[in-house]
Design a binder for this molecule. Structure first.
Ligand SMILES: [Zn+2]
Ligand SMILES: [Zn+2]
Length: 436
């Protein structure tokens, strides 16, 4: 068996807000720095991107696609009539064309310049049937995010509720940036399904591409082998999921759907005599103070899930009621069966990672992720020590220390899960709180 690091969900310049510089050459450059062996093509149903991939990818004897030493899996994301996003993987270009043809009567934008992630007016079950009948595999994307996801607020609570009889043909669940296996394994309905941790990258930047990936153990990088690994058959498997710490994701914490402030709870300094909730506002947060913050938060979440909680900041500012929405962590709390994660025996470990670019930013105290100083340092450490994944998870801390003692401190804390985070939410990424 061989090890393959795979990121199976990205986009192309034919989706909204994607870097114009994203192409096969920039993709593989980042793959090599990160230590990625297999990458999804992104947006393969889009006609121009399909043609571009068909022209440039070679096929090896196992049926795996290849470009200059990096393997590719034909991949797209679709949106069904329930506004649930799904990741789709295809075995070959014939299957892509066949599915494109079958979906076309149900989609207005599948052949459009900007139809990278097409909207398909079919039920989740109908999508699963069409994809799997033509040799593809499919599973819900970023399953818990507050928008466009299967388990979002007021939407489905189980896989079966969404996919009905087609649920048996769902091959995986993608966790999304704000979830990990500890969160997802609180749900009973997910215990038999394999989890994917993918980047959903909209850019070739090493901060984005491969920020989540899966370590596969299989014979070769073809889709047939990936399917065996997802089914955990013949010794094939996913042996590790690596992804952002959920608190670094954009949708971990509950938020106001209008001003996008995140709602957090802190212990009140003084006991409140009135029993009324006290809060303070910052540009990014509504901070609620309570004698028992955990308990107050639970009640609050309960109200939010009934669509009954409005944003106090917006009320002050606009005199209007705007609803608070649950983040990934609170939504899982509401629909889960277990208070603590209940990992099935087959579940691989999960590493809560931080992109190396962000570690360097935090060490150098630089805000901008595109700063020359940060990117030069990134290039330098990769050149000296090896791929980003090796630096974050494998290389001895002594070696990292020889390069930079502060970077080593954070990498060590990351490996021991000792880092504090300001949780992301409402579209804003979380941040690391680390005193050097
Ligand atoms: Zn999506
Ligand atoms: Zn608000």
């Amino acid at each position: 068996m061989y090890i393959f690091n795979a990121d199976l969900h990205i986009h192309s310049p034919h989706s909204i807000a994607v870097s114009k510089k994203l192409n096969l050459d920039t993709m593989i450059k980042t793959c090599k720095k990160k230590g990625l062996n297999i990458l999804g093509t992104g947006d393969i149903l889009q006609p121009e991107w399909l043609k571009y991939m068909e022209t440039h990818l070679d096929k090896d004897k196992n049926g795996a696609f290849l470009y200059k030493g990096v393997n590719f899996v034909l991949q797209t994301e679709i949106e069904d009539v329930e506004s649930v996003h799904e990741v789709v993987l295809f075995p070959d270009f014939d299957s892509v064309r066949e599915i494109q043809k079958k979906l076309k009567p149900h989609s207005k934008n599948i052949l459009d310049e900007w139809g990278g992630r097409p909207r398909v007016n079919l039920s989740p079950a109908e999508c699963v049937d069409i994809i799997t009948d033509s040799g593809g595999i499919i599973g819900p994307a970023h399953a818990f995010t507050p928008f466009k996801a299967i388990f979002r607020q007021n939407k489905f609570k189980t896989l079966k509720e969404c996919y009905q009889d087609a649920v048996k043909k769902v091959s995986f669940v993608e966790l999304g940036l704000s979830a990990n296996t500890d969160l997802a394994d609180k749900m009973d309905c997910l215990k038999n399904v394999s989890f994917l941790s993918n980047s959903d990258a909209h850019s070739e930047s090493p901060r984005s591409l491969g920020r989540e990936f899966n370590k596969f153990e299989m014979e070769n990088p073809s889709l047939d082998e990936i399917i065996l690994a997802l089914e955990r058959k013949d010794g094939r498997k996913i042996s590790l999921n690596v992804g952002l710490h959920p608190k670094l994701g954009k949708y971990y914490n509950m938020f106001c759907n209008k001003c996008r402030r995140r709602i957090i709870f802190k212990k009140a300094k003084k006991k409140s005599s009135s029993g009324l909730n006290q809060y303070s506002l910052t540009a990014e947060f509504v901070v609620n103070y309570a004698d028992e913050p955990e308990k107050a938060k639970k009640n609050y979440i309960n109200q939010v899930s009934k669509n009954k909680m409005v944003c106090p900041a917006c009320k002050e500012e606009f005199g209007k009621n705007f609803k608070i929405k649950l983040g990934v962590s609170e939504r899982i709390d509401v629909i889960s069966d277990h208070e603590k994660p209940n990992h099935p025996a087959h579940r691989p470990p999960y590493i809560n990672a931080i992109p190396l670019v962000d570690i360097i930013r935090s060490v150098k105290r630089i805000k901008s992720a595109t700063s020359k100083t940060v990117l030069n340092e990134y290039e330098k450490i990769i050149k000296e020590l090896g791929s980003e994944f090796a630096i974050l998870t494998e290389i001895s801390i002594d070696k990292v220390e020889d390069f930079d003692a502060n970077i080593a401190k954070i990498v060590k804390a990351l490996r021991n899960d000792k880092i504090q985070y300001t949780p992301g939410g409402g579209g804003t990424y979380g941040e690391i709180k680390f005193d050097l």
